[in-house]
Write a protein that binds this ligand. Structure first.
Ligand SMILES: [Zn+2]
Length: 978
């Protein structure tokens, strides 16, 4: 490492740091620095207060933070801010993940002069060209991005406690001590095993390649294949299969006619398989030298002898055979395998094709499907039935894949063998027995292969390797699984749908290869030739946050801490006095670490993307149940969707990768946060749209203008709409709270933004632009409930309003209106809808309107409405019929209309109260007032003379007809026009 690198590294390692990220909003920079200076978000244990420990997965430092991080982390931050304002002692810490091989992969490719990596670093990540040379050092890459991303975290306004910051790997003073302790405990608890195991392996990195180390092929794991040997003149043609029990139904063997095949020695036996298979399986199967090579078509038409049955079957050509999968040779069972059936059929239909290759069409004509398995619900020859039913005519039809899977699974779970030797034996048992016999007789063997291509981050293609001394996390341990399931069943999961998903992942999770030979990380303490891999060292680190604040005070001593210190702090074992002596620490430091841990742990909420459910999040749960006492287990997890950009999946290769730095420079923090939060919740994928970010920016500007206006102009007078504004504001606050409690961040944010903006608009209309006393209360509450979502604007507005302290630290607003709230809001709701009725009628008038006449419904109609509202009956018409039949004589069809209107109103009111009918009845009592207000409002808003009359006062035929249509709480509207 050069001196320059070391120097730059030291800068990158530095904890804390200045914020110099470019943002178009100067006030945002101001609040970032004030929060930092005043250590506003640092959390200390306080036994008198309820705590809330929230965290997000630390991000991998192989690149800049992007909008995907932005969405998940802003969600977490919004909840952290909300809980803080609710009076909780909130811990929201931060750290950086350096472990793994991805960074090493980048530096390797850069060393090789890979232009695409270079371009990506310069153009997408925005790395200065002058620093690029240093990127051949993996640790420099991590340090560089850590320094960059730290600024982004601040600029995004994430309210983190920086006093607890750390990064991973043994380049950090004490992180590796913590991981060593973790692995000691796992081993002590019998949860770590060493063994022989097939792993996905990168020949270049000489290392197992986990999901996160891959450029391509995520989710692909080694599968067990069986090789079945078919005798051919002293050579054994090795056909690969996932279903060895079907060997009894073999009719022929397939090879790819254009493939290259080799004869290779293995333990004195000559095996024949594709050239690709020899290369890939050489090490795994212990293959010797290649003695012969030939083209596929040279093998066509030859007969080979099948084991078990001893039948001679021909070698035939098939295009669906993949020379790089398995051995490049497969045997054909047309009764049970859709591919085989259609390939036979295609050959039969094209005898000319066979003759071209010098083959006799009779070879194929004689082939008949041979039944091996009987399965309830499937016919005599399941593959034949399935292919014919689907109308498939080509072996390259993609639907064959699905049919194959369906038949495979039905036969495996409910099929019984029908062949003599294994009659009535289940498929799963028969499979094991067939494999055993093949091995015994030297007629076959097993091997592992990948069902698809896996490309390592180093750019190299991976193979399967059997390692003998690999360390595994024993996730298949049933007792451990049961503990994790118990945890999942009892903790909070947001949204609820993710709970079943997690339980399923636990069911199928296998042992996990947790060590690697290369990359950055922590060495396995008892076997330093291994490095603990990236997913396996990032599981219980939230526990480290509880004490890192203290360890950061004496990093040199912390670098030497032994297992027993962590045993004391996290498990309560041992004597702190003796430990203090041994490690040269103050006993108080040890005891305060223990106190911090006991106060903060477990984690109340962990927020992450749904891509982590199947790996990171599940590992997180496993490790916690494997190490800690139950009272320290996680209490809640939230999962969210994955970002798309203008409707497309975000990726560097698509050229639509957006870093947070870019978004911040274009829109500022508040707008970026709002655009992200308003785009989705639950498991839905958020979509980033530039236009939405611009709109959010416009909202922020508007918000600040409104607050400034209120600050400058609000009087102490009361206005006609004050009572309503207070009630509506309280209601909005409640909607925000209720949604945040359920992690419905989009709904919550939308109410804080648009719900409140609409409240303001209606208020200014009704108040005829006078800003009265209630506006001050409104402004205060708006700032506070917007603060979790747009914290910078909130602080700025709080200051403009002349308030003291930080908005971020204020108490969450309490309602100032009581039981009358529903009535007040409902009355305005009806008024608003009546106003739009008037507008609609005016829009239809021919000529120039000069007067609006509002007709109030006659008394008997009110009588009917009251009957409906006081009756338990849901059908208003029936209620009147039963209780006041004489009213029906007036006009049954009007009674029906009244019933419809009352039903609509009651439904509207039900969003405000448990007793909606009572609310409607209350308003009905005050209908005259309501209509007077309406008349006033219409006069003012639309600048047209408006008068109020009783239905019976109408004169003239047209007017009388119109007035008759008046219903309770729905006046008739008659327009006089010139
Ligand atoms: Zn590699």
């Amino acid at each position: 490492m050069t001196d320059q690198v070391r120097q730059l590294l030291e800068q990158g390692f530095r904890l804390g740091g200045e914020t110099t990220i470019s943002s178009p909003k100067p006030y945002e920079a101001k609040w970032i620095s004030r929060w930092r200076v005043d250590r506003v978000f640092e959390a200390h244990p306080d036994p008198g207060r309820r705590k809330f420990f929230i965290c997000v997965p630390y991000s991998y430092q192989n690149g800049p933070l992007h909008l995907g991080h932005g969405f998940t982390f802003t969600r977490g931050d919004a909840v952290a801010r909300y809980m803080r304002m609710r009076g909780y002692n909130v811990l929201f810490p931060w750290a950086w993940h350096w472990t793994g091989e991805a960074v090493a992969g980048t530096s390797e490719r850069l060393k090789k002069g890979d232009e695409s990596v270079k371009r990506m670093l310069l153009e997408i990540d925005g790395v200065p060209e002058s620093l690029l040379n240093n990127f051949t050092h993996p640790e420099f890459i991590c340090a560089y991005y850590t320094a960059e991303n730290r600024k982004v975290v601040d600029a995004m306004g994430w309210s983190v406690d920086w006093s607890r910051e750390f990064h991973t790997t043994d380049l950090h003073p004490y992180y590796s001590r913590f991981i060593e302790w973790q692995y000691h405990v796992l081993r002590r608890n019998g949860l770590l095993v060493q063994g022989r195991h097939p792993v996905v392996w990168c020949p270049k990195c000489q290392s197992a390649t986990g999901d996160h180390d891959r450029l391509r092929g995520e989710g692909i794991y080694p599968e067990e294949y069986t090789m079945v040997f078919f005798e051919l003149d002293g050579v054994k043609l090795a056909a690969a299969t996932l279903r060895p029990e079907t060997i009894f139904g073999v009719t022929n063997v397939w090879i790819h006619p254009d493939g290259v095949y080799q004869v290779v020695e293995r333990n004195g036996v000559k095996l024949l398989m594709s050239r690709e298979a020899v290369a890939k399986l050489g090490e795994q199967l212990g293959l010797g030298k290649v003695v012969k090579e030939m083209n596929g078509h040279e093998l066509l038409g030859k007969y080979v002898r099948s084991p078990f049955t001893g039948r001679a079957v021909p070698i035939l050509p098939a295009k669906f055979v993949d020379v790089s999968l398995g051995t490049g040779v497969v045997y054909s069972v047309p009764a049970h395998a859709p591919y085989d059936y259609i390939a036979v059929k295609e050959l039969r239909n094209n005898p000319g094709h066979l003759r071209e290759k010098g083959l006799d069409p009779k070879l194929v004509e004689v082939i008949q499907p041979i039944k091996v398995i009987e399965t309830p619900g499937l016919g005599e020859h399941p593959a034949v039935d399935a292919v014919e039913k689907a109308g498939i005519t080509s072996q390259l039809d993609e639907r064959l894949e699905e049919l194959t899977r369906e038949i495979y699974s039905k036969e495996f779970y409910s099929g019984k063998m029908v062949v003599e030797e294994f009659r009535d034996v289940s498929v799963s048992v028969a499979r094991e027995k067939v494999i055993e016999r093949l091995k015994q007789n030297g007629d076959g063997d097993v091997f592992y292969d990948l069902s698809g291509k896996v490309i390592c981050r180093s750019g190299d293609e991976c193979i399967v390797k059997i390692v003998d001394d690999q360390w595994f996390l024993n996730f298949s341990n049933t007792e451990w699984k049961a503990r994790v399931k118990r945890l999942i069943s009892s903790m909070n999961v947001y949204p609820e749908a993710a709970r079943t998903w997690l339980l399923n992942v636990v069911d199928w999770l296998h042992d996990w290869a947790c060590t690697r030979k290369t990359g950055l990380g922590t060495r396995l303490p008892w076997d330093p030739s291994w490095i603990i891999e990236t997913l396996s060292d990032s599981t219980i680190y939230p526990a480290l946050y509880t004490i890192s604040k203290i360890l950061n005070k004496f990093p040199e001593k912390a670098a030497k801490l032994g297992v027993e210190v962590f045993d004391y702090v996290f498990l309560g074992l041992g004597d702190p006095r003796k430990l203090a002596e041994k490690y040269g620490l103050e006993q108080e430091h040890l005891e305060s670490m223990r106190r911090e841990f006991l106060y903060w742990y477990g984690v109340d909420l962990r927020v992450s993307g749904k891509d982590l459910v199947a790996n990171h999040l599940t590992f997180y749960l496993f490790h916690h149940t494997g190490i800690f006492e139950e009272r320290h287990w996680p209490r809640g997890v939230a999962v969210n969707g994955m970002i798309t950009i203008e409707g497309n999946k975000m990726s560097k290769s698509r050229g639509n990768f957006v870093t947070l730095k870019q978004a911040l420079a274009r829109h500022g923090s508040d707008a970026t946060r709002l655009a992200l939060l308003l785009s989705a919740e639950d498991l839905d994928d958020p979509d980033w749209r530039e236009k939405a970010a611009e709109e959010a920016g416009a909202f922020v500007k508007n918000f600040l203008t409104i607050i400034e206006k209120i600050a400058n102009e609000a009087s102490d007078d009361e206005g006609p709409c004050d009572e309503w504004l207070l009630a509506a504001t309280d209601r909005s606050c409640e909607i925000v709270s209720e949604n945040l409690e359920k992690l419905k961040t989009r709904s919550a944010c939308s109410e804080a933004v648009y719900g409140m903006l609409n409240n303001w608009r209606w208020y200014t209309r009704r108040n005829r632009d006078r800003i009265t006393r209630a506006a001050k209360v409104f402004a205060e509450k708006w700032i506070l409930i917007l603060s979790p979502f747009a914290p910078f604007a909130a602080e700025e507005a709080w200051e403009k309003l002349g308030k003291k302290g930080y908005a971020s630290l204020q108490e969450w607003p309490k309602p100032s209106t009581g039981s009358e709230r529903g009535r007040v809001i409902f009355s305005e709701m009806v008024l608003e809808s009546l106003l739009s009725d008037v507008r609609e009628v005016l829009g239809l008038v021919k000529g120039k309107p000069v007067e609006v006449k509002l007709y109030r419904a006659a008394g008997w109609k009110h009588e009917a409405a009251k009957v409906m509202l006081s009756s338990q009956e849901s059908n208003g018409f029936e209620a009147v019929k039963r209780n006041r039949p004489e009213l029906l004589r007036q006009d049954p069809s009007t009674i029906r209309k009244i019933a419809d209107n009352i039903r609509d109103l009651t439904q509207k009111a039900s969003s405000l109260t448990e007793q909606p009918a009572a609310l409607v009845a209350q308003l009905l009592e005050k209908e005259t007032n309501l209509l007077k207000e309406l008349a006033d409002f219409v006069k003012h808003e639309l600048n047209i003379e408006t008068t109020l009359h009783g239905e019976e006062d109408a004169t003239g035929d047209r007017e009388k007809t119109k007035a008759k249509q008046a219903l309770p709480l729905k006046p008739a509207i008659y327009v006089v026009a010139k």
